[in-house]
Write a protein that binds this ligand. Structure first.
Ligand SMILES: Cc1cc2nc3c(=O)[nH]c(=O)nc-3n(C[C@H](O)[C@H](O)[C@H](O)COP(=O)(O)O)c2cc1C
Length: 195
């Protein structure tokens, strides 16, 4: 469908089409946590998480500018990324809501870096805030990795696809062609390699 451009010359993008098209990109889900001013744990479900850089080790996530959790997290200058496992749908729904006590009924502990860490997460990444970039109606928060940890259980990740929770079908999981080189990829940064 053809539409008139915006005043500054860009094409008008229909929000529903934007959501539908971007919803085709399947992601994992994280819960970003920190302690608030009153020492109570805070957090929110966050799909927009990505690895950014190996050297230095950086990750990113994108909170909406309306996020109360981010406003509180920004003040502390540190956060923990908790990568959710397949069976954590209910936990995800709670952290994706505006409930006042999102941690009720959730098992968590305080790390040495003084961050709330969810006990049953697939993996956790504790970071300090490196920089914050404007991203339209969101921010792009870049975090410097301080502590990494992963579950010893062979749990699978919770996935988000076209607005719904889903999971990996194990029988459809196959090694990528470059698997033999994975170690090299993960430990070497050159201009033509990617994490
Ligand atoms: C699966 C899922 C993914 C989400 N991803 C994001 C995200 O990437 N960025 C964001 O700002 N909010 C995201 N949200 C919404 C926030 O979790 C929600 O708006 C937030 O919990 C509101 O509470 P707050 O004001 O305490 O931040 C997501 C929610 C769900 C359920």
């Amino acid at each position: 469908m053809e539409t008139k451009p915006t005043a500054d010359g860009h094409p008008v993008i229909d929000p529903r089409q934007f959501r539908n098209v971007l919803g085709q990109f399947c992601t994992g889900i994280t819960v970003i946590t920190a302690f608030g001013d009153d020492a109570a744990p805070i957090g929110f479900a966050c799909q927009s998480f990505a690895a950014l850089s190996l050297d230095p080790p950086l990750v990113l996530f994108c909170p909406t500018k309306a996020s109360r959790s981010w406003a509180a997290i920004e003040k502390t200058g540190r956060f923990c990324v908790n990568i959710l496992a397949e069976e954590q749908q209910q936990l995800c729904a709670r952290f994706g809501s505006r409930e006042p006590d999102k941690f009720a009924g959730t098992s968590w502990h305080t790390s040495e870096l003084k961050l709330p860490v969810l006990d049953d997460a697939l993996a956790t990444i504790q970071c300090t805030v490196d920089s914050v970039v404007d991203g339209g109606d969101h921010y792009i928060v870049i975090g410097r990795v301080q502590v990494l940890s992963e579950s010893t259980d062979s749990d699978r990740p919770l996935l988000f696809y076209r607005g719904q929770y889903t999971a990996i079908e194990p029988e459809k999981t196959v090694p990528a062609p470059w698997r033999a080189d994975l170690d090299h990829f993960l430990t070497t940064t050159t201009l033509d390699t990617w994490l």
